[in-house]
Design a protein around this ligand. Structure first.
Ligand code: 7RM
Length: 653
C-alpha cells in the first residue's frame, strides 16, 4: 500500500496568491461552513457571483424532507449565470483569452477573448430567441468540441432556457430518448464531428433521432462542410442566423433555483436519469471548487481535456473556469492523435499551467512510453488533476514523476454528475497528497461510511460512502421523476445521500474511493449501467437472457464481461456476436462495447428469480474460488457450468 505522503511542492505553496495556504486554515474553513452553512455560503456566493438580486436566504429544506420538496440554496436571489461568466469580466478581462481552442489537427488554434465570447453568446442568444426559444424551454446540444458548442450552452443559459448536452458518441436511439424525455423542441448540432482524423456524422444522427418527433428547429453549425440532409422549414444554418444577429443582448433574469441544465447519466436500473442542476448554487459550487482545488491564478492557462457531454466538461471546462475569469482550453481531438505525445505537445505549445484528465488516459499514455512525454517542455505545469475513476498508485506516481517532473501538485478529484462539482480532493497549494487517495472533503461535504450491517464506521475503516448534508451544488431532482431521485439517492441509507461508491478512510482521515458498489460500470471514465447493456443484448432475437458485469481492466479501469443465454437450438456464432455488438452500438453508442462474451446454459438465480450478480462478478474477475453463500440458488449446476466455461477477458488486471 502506497501510504507515502507527498507534501505540497514548495514553489506551489509560496507563490500562491490565494489566501488559503495552510491545512489548518482549510480545516478552519470547513469548520466555519459546518457551524453556520448559511452564513458561510451566502458570503461566498455574494463574493463570487454577479447577482441581480443578492440572496438573503441560504439553505432551505433538508434531506429528511426531500421527498416533499427539493433542497434550495439562495432561493430569493436572482441572476443570469452568463453575466457572471461573461459580462462582469468585460471591464477587467475583455482582452484576456477566455477560450483557447485546439482542433483535431494540432495546427488549428483559435483564441477567443472574453469580449469576443460575450459578443458570440449575445448573437447566438438573439438568434435562438428569434427561433422561439424562451425561458424554461429545453434545448438539446449534440456537438463536438468546438467553441460554438460552449457558445450554444451559454446562449441557451442567457435566455433562461435549459440545455441538455448529449455526448457526441451516443447513438440516435439514445439521443432520441433524451429529446423525448426532456421535451426539447430545438436541437443544436453540427454537420460532422472530427476526432483523430475520423468524421462523426452528427447531423445525420440527429435526423434519424428526430424522425416523427415534434422538434421545431435543428440548428446546424458547418464545421467539416461535409454533405448533410436538410429538412426545409426545420433546419437552419448556425452562421446564417447568428452572424447577422445583434451583439447586444439583455440576459434574462432567473431565480437562483431555476434549472440551468439537465444532464443524463446512467444508473443501476432502467433508462438514464436526467439530473437537474440549478443556477445559483451550482455556479457558486463550481466557482469555489475550481479556484481552491486548482489554486487558480490570474495568469493560468488552464486545460481540462474532458468532453462537454459529461459533467466534467460542464463544470470544469465551461462554468467554473468562466465564472472565475480563467483561460480555458477546448480540445477537439484525442490523446493519441497524431500520436501519444499530443497532450504534452499541447502543454509546451500553450504553456499550460494546470492540466486535468482521467486515469484511463494516463494509463494508456504511460504504456506508450516516456519518450512521448519527454520530447516536450513541461516546465509551465504546476497542477495536475485527475477525475472519473479511482487512480491506481502506479499511474499517480507516473503522472507526478514523469509528466510533472516531481514539481507539481496532483489533485485526485472525487465527485459525480449528481454532486455538480468536486466534493473530495486535495487543494493544490494546501493538502499533502497520497497516491490513490482523493484526500479530504470540501466545506459542507460531510462524508460518512456505512458498513454491511448498516452501521456507521467510526475512525479508519471501509464502507459505503454517504453524504450527510446538502451542499450548494447538489442536483435538485431527476427531470420529470422526483420520486426516482428520492428513492435512488435518499432511499438506500435514509435520509442521507448515497453515492453508490465504496470507500476507505485511513488513520489520517483521508478518503480512498474504491469504486461503484451498484450495477454501474465505469469504462474509461464513462458511466454505463449494466441494465442498458442487457436490454440491448436481449433485443437480439437469438439471445434469450443476459447479465453484464464489470471486471478490472488494466487500461480502461473496468472492462465489460457479458454472459449470454441463447434461445434453444441457436449456436453462438461470429455472426451472432456481431449482431450483439451492433445492437449495443445502436442502442447506447460507439463508446459502449463488450470486451468478452461467455455463452452460458443459464444465469445463476435465486429461487425468487433474482440474478446473483456477485457470482458473475467473481467469475469475470478470475476469482471463482470464494463465491460465498450459494444456498439460495435455484439451480447450483449452472454455477459449475459458468466456472468451467469462464474466459480470460482482455487486459484483466
Ligand atoms: C466526475 C464524474 C461518477 C463516478 C463516481 C465514482 C467515479 C469519479 C473519481 C471516481 C475514484 C475519483 N462524474 N469517480 N471521480 N472514483 N476517484 N477521483 O466522473 O457521474 O460520470 O461518475 O465516477 O465511481 O461515483 S460521473
Amino acid at each position: 500500500m502506497h501510504d507515502d505522503i507527498f507534501p505540497v511542492p514548495e514553489g506551489t505553496r509560496q507563490r500562491s496568491p490565494n489566501p488559503l495556504t495552510t491545512l489548518d486554515a482549510w480545516r478552519a474553513m470547513r469548520a466555519d461552513a459546518q457551524h453556520d452553512p448559511d452564513a458561510f455560503w451566502l458570503a461566498e456566493t455574494r463574493r463570487r457571483i454577479a447577482w441581480r438580486t443578492p440572496p438573503t436566504l441560504g439553505l432551505e429544506g433538508s434531506f429528511r424532507d426531500i421527498g416533499e420538496q427539493p433542497v434550495a440554496w439562495f432561493a430569493d436571489g436572482t441572476l443570469n449565470v452568463t453575466e457572471s461568466c461573461l459580462d462582469r469580466h468585460l471591464a477587467t478581462r475583455g482582452d484576456k483569452v477566455a477560450i483557447l481552442w485546439e482542433g483535431d489537427e494540432p495546427d488549428q488554434v483559435r483564441r477567443i477573448t472574453y469580449a469576443e465570447l460575450h459578443a458570440m453568446v449575445c448573437k447566438a442568444a438573439n438568434a435562438l430567441s428569434d427561433l422561439g426559444v424562451r425561458k424554461g424551454h429545453r434545448v438539446i446540444i449534440y456537438m463536438g468540441m468546438v467553441p460554438e458548442a460552449v457558445v450554444a450552452m451559454l446562449a441557451t443559459a442567457r435566455l433562461g432556457a435549459v440545455h441538455s448536452v448529449v455526448f457526441g458518441g451516443f447513438s440516435s436511439d439514445s439521443l432520441r430518448d433524451r429529446v423525448i424525455d426532456c421535451g426539447a423542441r430545438v436541437v443544436i448540432t453540427m454537420d460532422e464531428g472530427l476526432r483523430g482524423g475520423r468524421k462523426i456524422p452528427l447531423k445525420a444522427t440527429v435526423d434519424h433521432a428526430c424522425l416523427g418527433l415534434d422538434v421545431q428547429h435543428v440548428v446546424v453549425l458547418r464545421h467539416t462542410r461535409g454533405p448533410v440532409g436538410w429538412v426545409e422549414g426545420r433546419d437552419v444554418d448556425w452562421h446564417q442566423i447568428v452572424q447577422p444577429a445583434s451583439a447586444e443582448h439583455r440576459a434574462v433574469e432567473c431565480a437562483a433555483e431555476d434549472p440551468l441544465f439537465i444532464l443524463y447519466t446512467s444508473g443501476s436500473t432502467g433508462k438514464p436519469k436526467g439530473l437537474v442542476h440549478t443556477c445559483g448554487g451550482y455556479l457558486t459550487w463550481v466557482s469555489f471548487t475550481h479556484q481552491h482545488v486548482f489554486d487558480l491564478r490570474e495568469d493560468d492557462v488552464y486545460a481540462c481535456v474532458a468532453d462537454i457531454g459529461w459533467i466534467t466538461g460542464h463544470s470544469y471546462i465551461v462554468y467554473g473556469p468562466l465564472a472565475n475569469g480563467a483561460t480555458t482550453l477546448v480540445f477537439e481531438s484525442t490523446p493519441l492523435y497524431p500520436d501519444a505525445g499530443r497532450y504534452w505537445d499541447m502543454v509546451e505549445r500553450h504553456k499550460l499551467t494546470i492540466f486535468y484528465t482521467a486515469p484511463t488516459a494516463l494509463r494508456t499514455l504511460a504504456a506508450a512510453g516516456d519518450a512521448f512525454v519527454e520530447r516536450s517542455n513541461r516546465s509551465s505545469l504546476r497542477v495536475l488533476g485527475t477525475v472519473g475513476e479511482p487512480i491506481n498508485p502506479g499511474a499517480w506516481i507516473w503522472y507526478h514523476g514523469v509528466v510533472g517532473e516531481g514539481r507539481c501538485s496532483i489533485v485526485d478529484t472525487w465527485w459525480q454528475t449528481e454532486t455538480g462539482g468536486i466534493c473530495i480532493a486535495p487543494l493544490a497549494a494546501v493538502t499533502p497528497q497520497k497516491p490513490g487517495s482523493a484526500t479530504l472533503p470540501m466545506p459542507s461535504i460531510e462524508p460518512f461510511l456505512v458498513d454491511a450491517r448498516g452501521d456507521r464506521v467510526r475512525g479508519p475503516g471501509s464502507g459505503l460512502l454517504c453524504l450527510e448534508w446538502p451542499w450548494p451544488g447538489i442536483a435538485r431532482t431527476v427531470w420529470g421523476d422526483h420520486e426516482r431521485y428520492v428513492s435512488t439517492y435518499f432511499g438506500q441509507v435514509p435520509p442521507y445521500y448515497f453515492t453508490g461508491d465504496g470507500c476507505r478512510r485511513d488513520e489520517d482521515g483521508y478518503f480512498w474511493i474504491t469504486g461503484r458498489v451498484d450495477d454501474v460500470i465505469n469504462v474509461s471514465g464513462h458511466r454505463m449501467g449494466t441494465a442498458e447493456f442487457e436490454s440491448a443484448l436481449v433485443s437480439v432475437d437469438a439471445i434469450a437472457e443476459s447479465a453484464v458485469v464489470g471486471y478490472p481492466h488494466t487500461m480502461k479501469g473496468q472492462g465489460v464481461y457479458a454472459y449470454v443465454v441463447v434461445q434453444p437450438g441457436v449456436a453462438w456464432t461470429a455472426e451472432l456476436e456481431r449482431a450483439a455488438h451492433d445492437s449495443i452500438r445502436t442502442s447506447i453508442g460507439a463508446h459502449a462495447r463488450v470486451d468478452c462474451f461467455q455463452l452460458v446454459p443459464g444465469l445463476p438465480k435465486t429461487r425468487s428469480g433474482k440474478v446473483m450478480r456477485r457470482i458473475l462478478r467473481k467469475v469475470a474477475e478470475g476469482d471463482p474460488s470464494n463465491l460465498g453463500d450459494l444456498s439460495t440458488l435455484a439451480d447450483p449446476s449452472v454455477v459449475d457450468a459458468i466456472i468451467d466455461g469462464a474466459l480470460t477477458p482482455p487486459n484483466r488486471g
